[in-house]
Design a protein around this ligand. Structure first.
Ligand SMILES: CC(C)=CCC/C(C)=C/CC/C(C)=C/CC/C(C)=C/CC/C(C)=C/CC/C(C)=C/CC/C(C)=C/COP(=O)(O)OP(=O)(O)O
Ligand SMILES: O=P(O)(O)OC[C@@H](O)CO
Ligand SMILES: [Mg+2]
Length: 229
């Protein structure tokens, strides 16, 4: 399904982590709306290419979430570009993206590129530390969401708790401030119940790490938000 506005569930696979052929098939055939390839560190071009070619055996839409300039390749359906709103360093909001546009601007198919306004809420997450974030208060998060929707017009606002399950009440409050910008929620979803709870508020839930340590429960999150295939 190539219309992101209709998505409810995506899996995020880390090119730096191993997944068997059998499990990859179940992920791609699960009924999820898309598979995102992405991670914070040790994302190499070789690993990205390998995972892309394995996913391409299936029809599920495939997205590259770019985390570094060295691991960009053609062949994905969409490219997601994180801009970290709560970083203390402008580098992660504008500068790395500016550098990338200088390098690739002339060959980019802009219709495939989607900016994600990230707000990272887990201090232990690699992405939080890597991009030198501060922990925002509820009011800060809502203001970032309002900026995403009304000033920056980013297609996605990503409430990121990577590794831990977040606050559904905050997701609900954020969602109330968004209409054109989609709310992606990711972090710590490990069961159908949690998927359902966050899925009530977020437009799209992102399920990642659980696939690598509790695969069966990870798979149940699809049906939990999308119903039976
Ligand atoms: C050749 C060709 C066809 C090119 C296509 C054109 C194209 C799309 C060009 C790129 C244009 C562009 C503007 C690129 C931006 C490049 C860039 C370097 C962006 C930086 C993004 C950024 C701020 C990264 C920091 C880390 C981050 C926020 C990653 C997002 C993913 C994430 C949060 C993963 C979860 O990580 P975590 O749980 O913390 O850690 P582990 O799971 O790994 O433990
Ligand atoms: O890995 P988890 O904790 O499921 O989080 C998913 C995604 O939001 C990470 O960027
Ligand atoms: Mg993670």
């Amino acid at each position: 399904m190539y219309n992101m506005k209709e998505w409810k569930h995506v899996f995020k696979l880390d090119p730096n982590k191993e997944i068997s052929e059998g499990q990859l098939e179940q992920v791609c055939e699960s009924g999820t709306d898309a598979v995102i390839v992405g991670g914070t560190d040790n994302v190499t071009l070789e690993d990205v290419l390998q995972l892309l070619s394995r996913i391409r055996r299936f029809t599920v839409p495939c997205v590259l979430e770019i985390s570094n300039l060295d691991a960009i390749t053609p062949g994905f359906d969409f490219y997601f570009i994180p801009m970290v709103f709560n970083s203390k360093d402008k580098k992660w909001m504008l500068d790395v993206q500016h550098q990338a546009i200088k390098e690739f601007g002339n060959i980019i198919n802009w219709n495939e590129l989607f900016v994600e306004g990230y707000c990272i809420m887990n201090q232990q997450a690699k992405a939080f530390q890597h991009t030198d974030c501060y922990l925002p208060e509820k009011e800060d998060v809502i203001a970032y969401a309002q900026m995403a929707e009304n000033m920056l017009h980013t297609p996605i606002f990503y409430l990121e708790y990577s590794g831990v399950y977040g606050d559904p009440t905050l997701a609900e409050q954020v969602k109330r401030n968004l209409s054109n910008t989609l709310l992606f929620y990711g972090g710590g979803i490990r069961s159908a119940k949690q998927a359902q709870e966050m899925g009530k508020h977020a437009d799209v839930i992102v399920v990642g790490d659980v696939l690598y340590d509790d695969f069966k429960n990870g798979l149940t999150t699809v049906e939990a938000v999308k119903g039976k295939k």
